[in-house]
Design a protein around this ligand. Structure first.
Ligand code: ASP
Length: 282
């Protein structure tokens, strides 16, 4: 049976504002629309649709509405993992395009499936991908004020009726990072899937990378561990370092699991298992 889970990032602070509730509402709508695509088409199309919708909505930190790096430029990253074909593809620090996740999908057909920086943009030009400014006044003000603000990386994991698992993640980074800093999202630490499970992470990229979070959970499940135990063990290990991240995951038996370390106050997610759409801040 088809399942889909999506996330819209996390919050480290306890403060809630109207954007949190808006995010929840939007996630619900996107989960519902993308679930339809999952049923009518497949897991890859559903994950791409969900992530593109979130990239196009400026309340999320991905695509339009991405955060600014410390030089005032926006550089975006995204990855897609096809668990059935064992293909990982992505873009790192790409500029001025609308949908980084769509580029990750194009690259999944190339031998060199992860591209970065100016060369990633040159590749877009060769494929006639039009320029698009992801800039928003809201992110500029956030950048000028404090370099902080809410996170809002996006991700999706789906399994279709053939049992194919796809995971994807897209981000504008943490904001105010050293130009060119590489996030976890376009690496196997932030986005990973196999025939048995898939994971998408959000949070402090360096910490997610140090623990190889997504790849580790998927490997544990491949080796026979139950998804809930694999997630719990990974979160337990991260809490020992006081790390800050969250994740969404599902497995080929149809289990859905959420994980977040102790320091995270909210993880925004929604899922659909065919009967109901649920959206949460946990
Ligand atoms: N993981 C992303 C990064 O480190 C940020 C986030 O998920 O909020 O770039």
């Amino acid at each position: 049976m088809e399942k889909l889970i999506i996330h819209g990032g996390l919050s480290i602070t306890q403060e809630k504002d109207s954007s949190d509730f808006e995010k929840n509402k939007v996630l619900r709508l996107i989960a519902s629309e993308s679930f339809d695509i999952l049923v009518k088409k497949n897991a890859k199309k559903s994950v791409l649709h969900a992530i593109m919708m979130m990239e196009d909505n400026p309340i999320f930190n991905a695509g339009t509405g991405s955060k600014l790096q410390s030089d005032g430029e926006i550089r975006m990253s995204a990855a897609l993992m096809d668990g059935n074909k064992n293909i990982f593809s992505g873009v790192v620090n790409i500029k001025n395009i609308k949908n980084p996740i769509a580029m990750a999908e194009i690259l999944s057909k190339e031998e060199n499936s992860v591209l970065s920086g100016d060369q990633a943009n040159e590749f877009c030009k060769k494929h006639d991908i039009p320029d698009h400014s992801p800039f928003t006044i809201y992110r500029l003000n956030e950048f000028k004020k404090s370099c902080s603000g809410k996170h809002g990386t996006v991700g999706a994991v789906a399994i279709d009726r053939r049992g194919f698992v796809i995971a994807g993640t897209s981000t504008g980074g943490v904001g105010c990072e050293i130009p060119g800093r590489v996030s976890d999202s376009p690496t196997v630490a932030g986005t990973y899937a196999s025939k048995k499970s898939g994971v998408s992470c959000t949070g402090i990229g360096e910490q997610i990378t140090r623990q190889a979070v997504a790849a580790k959970i998927v490997t544990r499940v491949d080796d026979g561990m139950k998804l809930n135990n694999a997630v719990d063990k990974t979160i337990f290990e991260a809490n020992k370092f006081n790390y800050s991240f969250g994740l969404i995951s599902l497995d080929s038996e149809g289990n859905i699991e959420i994980g977040k370390t102790a320091s995270i106050s909210e993880l925004y997610y929604a899922f659909c298992d065919g009967e109901v759409i649920r959206s949460f801040m946990v």
